[in-house]
Structures are given as structure tokens and as C-alpha cells.
Design a protein around this ligand. Sequence first.
Ligand code: NAD
Ligand code: DAU
Length: 347
Amino acid sequence: MKIFVTGGAGFIGSCFIRMILAPGQKHSVVNYDKLTYAGNLANLEPVARHAGYRFVKGDICDAHAAEAAMSGCDAVVHFAAESHVDRSIYEPAAAIQTNVTGTFMLLQTAKKLGLAKFVHVSTDEVYGDMAPGQFATEETHVHPSSPYSASKASSDLLVYSYVRTYGFPGVITRASNNYGPYQFPEKFMPLLISNLMEDKPLPIYGDGKQERDWLHVEDHCRGILAVLERGRIGEVYNIGGADIVENITMAKALLRAMGKPETLLTYVKDRPGHDRRYALDCKKIETELGWKPQIPLEQGLHQTIDWYKTNTAWIAGVRGGDYLSYYNKYYGNRDTSLDALAQPEAN
Ligand code: NAD
Ligand code: DAU
């Protein structure tokens, strides 16, 4: 199968491409990516010269460029997104443009070209907060809290409407918090690991008792591949790690694993609208497609820490330019930076 992958230079998309171009796999790939601050071709270095790999720089909102690149492909796996909740709070326009309008443009193009399958990679954040003991099934109503999760829920609904109205071959996956190598260090896990490597404080939002379900990125990509190959059209599949941990517990586990003192824990102002708990019921993908997470959290944490420790040049490469100005603007003074939210966006 020739797969059109959007956002393949990002954290999860690049893992998916490395996985499907591994020896023994039978697929080829067109990686279509705008290369925003989060897109990094260094993530594709292991497969860059593979005969089945082609990179096209482009924006999913550009219908002509996307159509030219997608032509001749059999299926789409759609990762491209503005994926960071904090950024979507500070600067929501980019999330709406890429996640909603971009997905719409891509659906139009895939429909026009008559592709056989369209896997839309979405998130557990569309379900919003889960009460203690509650788990979201694929039937749970969407109830997003942030501009990011609202934009993802909107794109999910667009995909669903194309299935229903046009008989479009769309499938939706909703995964929990991914971690692993090559994750951009604005996200919790790589931010903490890279800060600890420099003995810098760990910013913990609010009381740190928010819960996230951690899923190794390779387990997520195995789930997406199963959905691409065998998932039923028109369905949603939850993909979770079954490792629900409070942020403060995760931070302490990283401190222990890296031999650093708890004095580095620093409580800062909470994220506005912060979801308290995510939890997924994943029986559907387990029973229908035989998928289960294979990488235990403790093993995945050690592997991830080792990867960041041995890839300091990669960290230095992604931390310049846009990242630095973003970090200084919003995170420079953690206790007061969220006051910037009181200022409406300029566009
Ligand atoms: P990421 O931010 O690391 O990568 C996003 C990629 O999309 C980048 O390569 C970027 O250049 C590209 N991109 C952004 N806007 C684009 C545009 N307009 N046109 C073309 N390319 C564009 O994101 P990620 O963490 O790898 O997430 C990938 C997908 O998985 C997203 O759709 C996200 O919502 C979803 N997801 C992420 C997680 C997680 O924990 N990271 C969990 C569940 C679902
Ligand atoms: O649940 C899936 C989602 O997971 C994906 O859809 C998103 O693309 C992905 O970014 C992630 O969203 P989160 O908001 O959960 O991830 P983040 O890494 O930003 O934060 C994880 C938790 O850690 C969250 O409760 C906020 C908290 N946090 C985050 C940062 C950056 C802190 O306490 N301090 C921080 O500095």
C-alpha cells in the first residue's frame, strides 16, 4: 500500500514512518509536512534514503499542493496538527486553521481522488475530563475543554460527516498521552527529562494531581497500523496505555530514575481549563483488532531517558529559534506568564 502520511516529520508521524518502512513491512510512504516548529526531518534520518520513502514539503491547507502529492496513493494517515494544548490557549488561530480547516481540505482531496482509506489520528482529549473511576468508550460524547481539543473534536466530526454523507472511507483513532524518543521538549515528559539533564526546576501545573494515561509512541503506532489495515470504516478506536498516573507521581518517578533531588519540583500557576483526568476504555481495539500495549511504563521511561541522554545534539537542534522565543514569551516566568492569557490574541 502507498500511504500518504501528513505530519510525518513530527513526533508520532515519524515513528509511524520508521515503523512501516522497517524491514519486513510492505508499504511505501509519501510524507507530506509543512515543517512547522514541531516538524524535524532529523526524525526521519533512519529512513531518509529508503526506496519506499518520499518527502514533500507542503501545508495541508493548500489543496493544490496536497492533491499533487496525494495522487497515486492508496490511503491517508493524517497526523498533521498543531498538537500542543498550551500553544492553542495562547495562540488558538493556528490550531483552528490546521486542525479544522486543514482536515477539511484533506478530506475534500482524498474524496476527490477516491482513496481507499483515511485514518484520522485524534486524541482522548476530545472526551474532556473523566470523573474518578470513569473511562471513555468510543460512544462517550465529546466534551472538549481547550481550543486544541475543540479543534480535534471538530475535525473528528467532519470525518464522521464525510463517512455518513458521502460514504467516505474514514476511520478515527483516539489515543492517550504519548511519550518516547523524538518528542518535542515543550511537552511534559521531554520537558522534564531535558530540564533534569541540566538540573533545572520542573514546572508542575497547579497541584500536580491531574491524571494522564501514558502510552509509548511505538504502541500507539502499532495501533494505528492495525486500524489502517483492519479497522472498520466509520468507526472510532480508542488507543490507551492503561497506565494512568498523576503528573506529580510521574515527575517524582523521573527524578528517581535520573538520580535528582525533589527540591527541583516547582509548582506554578495552573493551565486554564486544565482537564483533571483522562482515562480510556480500549476493549474495542483489543477485541476487534487484537491490539494491546506491549511496552510497560517503567521500561519505556528508562528507554526514553536513555534516548534523550544520548541525543543531546537533537535536543539542541530543536531548542533554538521559534522554541526559544515561545519559551521565553510564555514560560520565561512561569508564575506570571499565564497572565498573558488576559491579553486577547492580536489577529
Ligand atoms: P507534533 O506536534 O510532534 O507534529 C505535528 C507535525 O505536523 C509536525 O511535523 C508539523 O510540521 C506538521 N504540521 C503542522 N501543521 C501542518 C500543516 N498545516 N500542514 C502540514 N503539516 C503540518 O505532533 P504529534 O505529537 O506527533 O501528534 C501527531 C498527531 O497525533 C496530532 O494529530 C495529535 O493531535 C495526535 N495525538 C497526539 C498525542 C500526543 O500525546 N502527542 C496523543 C494523541 C493524539
Ligand atoms: O491526551 C492526549 C494529548 O496529550 C494529545 O492530544 C496532545 O497532542 C498532547 O500534547 C498531550 O496533551 P497534554 O496537555 O496532556 O500534554 P502536555 O505534555 O502538555 O501535558 C501533560 C500534563 O502535564 C498536563 O496535565 C499538563 C501538565 N504539565 C505540562 C507542562 C508542559 C505540567 O504540569 N507542566 C508543564 O510544564
